[in-house]
Write a protein that binds this ligand. Structure first.
Ligand code: SAM
Length: 332
């Protein structure tokens, strides 16, 4: 029995300071039950520790919750010993449960927000975030020390051992030949029956994107921006056919969801897009160029996005979702 189970079954509150492996998950589990006050080892100080000890001693709710948890453990229909025996027999009969030991990769993980969501959903999985930006990987490691991150180019990346789930949120719209990349990932990175799950903004024909390309035609910066526009995504039939080619996938689901974001006005649309779609157009310009580009773009957005009764504008944002399950005929 580990110390977390021991504390839980004895009905005492704890102050976990997780350092590695499943300690993060165990601390989170106790915090969820409100029987613990976890501290971060990286910024631990005497003041923080003293404050936590005082709080946990003085706030009676921790004691009550801990007693309740211990009572629940004692009254469980199956004891811990019995459970170990039963699950061992189960594994011997059916093999490992997929939910227990799946391997997941979050391609284009950014600062790790999407990786953390995967961890929340599958806390027992082995999860790796991959991003081409060294800066993003540093941030991700800082924010989520319990998860694994590595630098890599999603266009060419392959794992050492094939994985159960490849997840990529808001990445592949930046990789023009992604149809080939999808096929390569399914063939060479997924286990049989593994899943490729993709989300991409599908907004090439939205006024936001039509107008940024229109502004890029202005002679003040045309020579710098002429090849900067992203290419349009292939149509859904192309995705469907490509993913099913040569029996690569046994099942393909594709759907669109259109989000309408109420924003404070055209300048708020610009702020939103500065971090994403506008980057290829703004990055090559100097400060004056960027200001003039944004001024002209904002004027055009003002004509295209009609204000609503509350003064907000609705930013229409279509997104495409693609989920393909690898066929079991493509064993590695
Ligand atoms: C919009 S962010 C999405 C981040 C994260 N998936 C999320 O949902 O919060 C796109 C990320 O893709 C990364 N990226 C762009 N091109 C890439 C490539 N060829 N290989 C790996 N990562 C890439 C960027 O560095 C950025 O962090």
């Amino acid at each position: 029995m580990n110390s977390v189970q021991e504390a839980a079954s004895k009905g005492v509150p704890v102050i976990p300071i997780p350092l590695f492996a499943d300690q993060y998950r165990n601390a989170k589990m106790l915090e969820y039950r409100k029987t613990a006050l976890a501290l971060n080892a990286k910024d631990l100080t005497v003041e923080k520790l003293t404050k936590a000890i005082n709080e946990i001693i003085e706030d009676d709710r921790y004691h009550r919750n801990a007693k309740k948890l211990a009572a629940m453990i004692a009254a469980k229909p199956m004891s811990a010993e019995e459970r170990v025996v039963r699950y061992t027999e189960f594994a011997a009969q059916f093999g490992p449960d997929l939910n227990l030991d799946i391997t997941i990769v979050d391609l284009g993980c950014g600062p790790g927000n999407s990786t953390k969501l995967l961890f929340d959903r599958w806390p027992n999985a082995s999860i790796t975030g991959v991003d081409s930006s060294a800066d993003m990987i540093t941030k991700a490691k800082e924010h989520h020390p319990m998860l694994k991150f590595e630098q890599g180019d999603a266009g060419a990346w392959l794992p050492q051992n094939s994985v159960d789930l490849i997840f990529a949120n808001a990445l592949f719209q930046w990789i023009p030949n992604h149809l080939k990349v999808f096929q390569n990932l399914i063939k060479n990175a997924l286990k049989p029956n593994g899943v490729l799950a993709i989300q991409m903004p599908d907004n090439f024909q939205e006024p936001t994107h039509v107008l940024m390309r229109e502004v890029a035609q202005d002679k003040r910066w045309y020579s710098k921006l002429q090849n900067q526009a992203r290419t349009e995504l292939p149509n859904v039939n192309t995705y469907y056919n490509t993913l099913l080619e040569d029996n690569l996938s046994s099942h393909v689901d594709i759907w669109h969801t259109i989000y309408y974001h109420p924003l404070d006005g055209p300048s708020a649309i610009v702020e939103w897009l500065k971090g994403t779609g506008l980057r290829p157009f703004l990055d090559p310009l100097d400060e004056d160029g960027q200001r003039e580009f944004i001024q002209l773009y904002t004027e055009k957005l003002t004509k295209a996005y009609e204000p609503c009764v509350d003064g907000k504008v609705l930013l229409r944002y279509p997104r495409i979702f693609i989920v393909a399950q690898k066929s079991d005929q493509h064993n590695k």
